[in-house]
Design a protein around this ligand. Structure first.
Ligand SMILES: *[C@@H]1O[C@H](CO)[C@@H](O)[C@H](O)[C@H]1NC(C)=O
Ligand SMILES: *[C@@H]1O[C@H](CO)[C@@H](O)[C@H](O)[C@H]1NC(C)=O
Length: 189
């Protein structure tokens, strides 16, 4: 095979890939709405008798509007009643392409040591007229900690920050003190 022939074939190959790539893109464009849902726990820790915030983040990664997003049976626990939100679920009217919408449910936690598992939750949305069924991610088990444990971990986490705060304060204050003493010396002179 001649060099020119090889070059032509290579160029044709690259061109074919570009064209099929474009074809793929336009196929994706016709996909419309596509909603991913991430369920996460908003709290740093689950603490006895405090709130547990469960966040549902819906992200429309498609290129069409998603409408009528519904969660009809969120988690319910015998011992952790819903404080904010309904056990019959919630609905979001629409999500534009590329947009996120977050919905929070708040539960009232009970006794120390109790563990409940947050599973994936079914949700539905409409892509044009089509009803789509999907599932959120699953945060997993949540164990209630004592208030004392919370305080201990919190101060442990705070310590580096306090140190950082003290150091940055020194960095700000030291030159200022130096300036003051030199300017007072200057005034005296
Ligand atoms: C999550 O799934 C587990 C195992 O099927 C179940 O025991 C638990 O009750 C579920 N959690 C909720 C909140 O429904
Ligand atoms: C929506 O959420 C996703 C995932 O958390 C993130 O990557 C993206 O940047 C967010 N988009 C906007 C517009 O906030």
């Amino acid at each position: 095979m001649s060099f020119i022939m090889q070059t032509v074939l290579l160029a044709l190959g690259v061109f074919a890939c570009m064209v099929s790539g474009q074809g793929l893109d336009s196929r994706l464009e016709k996909g419309g709405a596509r909603v991913l849902a991430m369920k996460t726990i908003g709290n740093r820790m689950a603490v006895e008798d405090k709130d547990l915030t469960v966040l549902y983040n819906f992200y429309n990664v498609g290129d069409g509007i998603a409408t009528d997003i519904r969660v009809e049976s969120p988690d319910t626990f015998i011992d952790w009643p819903l404080k904010n939100g309904l056990s019959t679920g919630f609905q979001i009217p629409f999500i534009q392409p590329g947009e996120n919408v977050t919905h929070a449910l708040i539960y009232q936690l009970g006794k120390v040591g109790k563990t409940n598992t947050l599973n994936a939750t079914d949700f539905t949305y409409k892509n044009g007229k089509k009803l789509v069924l999907s599932k959120t991610s699953a945060p997993g088990p949540v164990k209630v900690q004592s208030n004392a444990e919370y305080e201990r971990l919190y101060t442990l986490q705070m310590r580096p920050w306090l140190l950082y705060g003290a150091c940055s304060a020194l960095i700000v204050v030291l030159p200022y003190l130096g300036f003051q003493s030199s300017s007072s010396k200057a005034k005296r002179a």
